[in-house]
Design a protein around this ligand. Structure first.
Ligand code: NIG
Ligand code: FE
Length: 411
């Protein structure tokens, strides 16, 4: 059934097909049409134009968008939506003065979530996770990447990836699965790093590949977690199974990890709260998308990714939530866009580019998602009546979404 959206105040993020990402100064432009119509056919964008050329399609469902804006649904390229329980106690501990690192060193942090995950049965994890997925869809997310990484055992990692697979099958939203066995060293392997990496490479990866459970591979490349060399082993092993890398790197320290990721053709490097000139040089001219996670910085009080410096150097940038129980218990991309404008000094146009087309690129979906383009998926946000789409980040706590369309259906 066709849907014709009419009288759109501003139709945002119109791009030619084949445009995979935007970089540097191009990010300051957000092509749009005023007083527009948009025609959806099934799950695809069929056509669009200005109201003076609005077609008359007798059997189409018409949505009148007078005063409203339409933009592509958010593309959230970095989440950990599948987890068990919560880490509210660590939140309170941080309020009382402990740092993320101190909490992790006491056995909290990722290992805390791994314990809960391994104690919880698959159906229960599925039920907890699907509620979060439904919530982010309501908040305008139309494509999402979800990582494993709270199992840290063969069974736990497989259990998480099977939950992601079930979510893929049950929901219309595009989901990419990333294997993050290298999220932290389990206590038993604290003094035997190569033993745990052997387990990842020789036990986990073959099973995951056999069941086709992952699209990408990730590791937490960070002081006290996985070293550059250890991460390189993981990336090389992933490549043998056709899994391109998307790596957590430069969250707390810069240890030349970004150059290693670029060398191994990583699709994205994520976090980047600490970025050196050498890191920027390594990214220049590469196909690796830098991804910032500003609501993680907000929640655990760490620096924000230096977006201005990176964009001025001509780099692209994507924005994602990092939705997870420890550092970002929120999957709200609207808040991510607002935080990027308020704290990282990105303009609303830059932030919207980063949260749509560049987010799609960072999960290998830019052929089908992230812009208003004929033939791309009918994944849209229809806003409430707005004076300007700049209100989206400006009124940062308000819900300005009227409705969300995913794969041609209102969710
Ligand atoms: O992206 N930095 C590593 N991983 C997650 C947080 C993990 C956790 O604390 O549960 C992140 O911030
Ligand atoms: Fe993360």
């Amino acid at each position: 059934m066709a849907i014709l959206i009419t009288n759109i105040k501003e139709l945002l993020q119109i791009r030619e097909s084949g445009m995979a990402k935007v970089s540097g100064r191009e990010m300051a432009e957000l092509p749009l049409l005023q007083n527009a119509w948009l025609l959806l056919n099934g799950n695809l964008i069929e056509d669009f134009g200005t109201m003076d050329s609005c077609p008359n399609i007798p059997d189409a469902q018409v949505i009148d968008a007078t005063g409203k804006n339409v933009l592509p649904a958010w593309c959230d390229s970095h989440t950990h939506i599948v987890y068990a329980g919560n880490r509210v106690q660590e939140f309170v501990d941080r309020i009382n003065g402990l740092s993320y690192e101190e909490i992790a060193n006491r056995g909290g942090g990722i290992l805390n979530s791994a314990k809960k995950l391994n104690e919880t049965d698959e159906n229960e994890i599925y039920d907890q996770s699907r509620l979060r997925l439904e919530e982010v869809m309501q908040q305008g997310t139309g494509a999402v990447e979800i990582k494993s990484g709270y199992g840290l055992t063969v069974d736990g990692e497989l259990k998480m990836l099977r939950v992601i697979k079930r979510l893929k099958e049950a929901y219309p939203i595009a989901i990419k699965a990333t294997f993050l066995g290298a999220h932290a060293f389990p206590t038993a392997y604290k003094e035997d790093h190569s033993g745990y990496i052997d387990l990842i490479i020789n036990e986990m990866l073959p099973k995951i590949a056999e069941e086709k459970l992952a699209d990408y591979i990730d590791a937490f490349l960070e002081t006290g977690y996985f070293s550059v060399e250890e991460t390189e082993r993981i990336m090389e092993a992933g490549k043998k199974y056709g899994l391109q890398a998307k790596i957590h790197v430069n969250q707390f320290t810069a240890i030349n990890g970004i150059a290693a990721c670029v060398k191994h053709d990583a699709l994205s490097v994520d976090h980047l709260e600490i970025v050196t000139d050498e890191d920027i040089e390594a990214l220049k001219g590469s196909d690796t998308m830098p991804v910032a996670l500003p609501t993680c910085s907000f929640f655990i009080s760490i620096p924000y990714t230096p977006a201005r410096k990176m964009l001025d150097a001509g780099l692209p940038l994507a924005l994602a939530t990092d939705f997870n129980p420890g550092t970002t218990p929120s999957g709200n991309m609207n808040l991510v866009v607002a935080t990027a404008c308020i704290k990282m000094k990105m303009t609303p146009k830059e932030a919207i580019n980063a949260a749509t087309i560049n987010g799609a690129y960072a999960m290998g979906l830019s052929d089908s998602h992230g812009s208003i383009t004929k033939g791309k998926r009918a994944n849209l946000i229809i806003t409430k009546p707005l004076a300007s789409y700049y209100q989206l980040p400006y009124a940062f706590g308000s819900n300005l979404i009227d409705s969300v369309i995913i794969e041609g259906k209102v969710v």
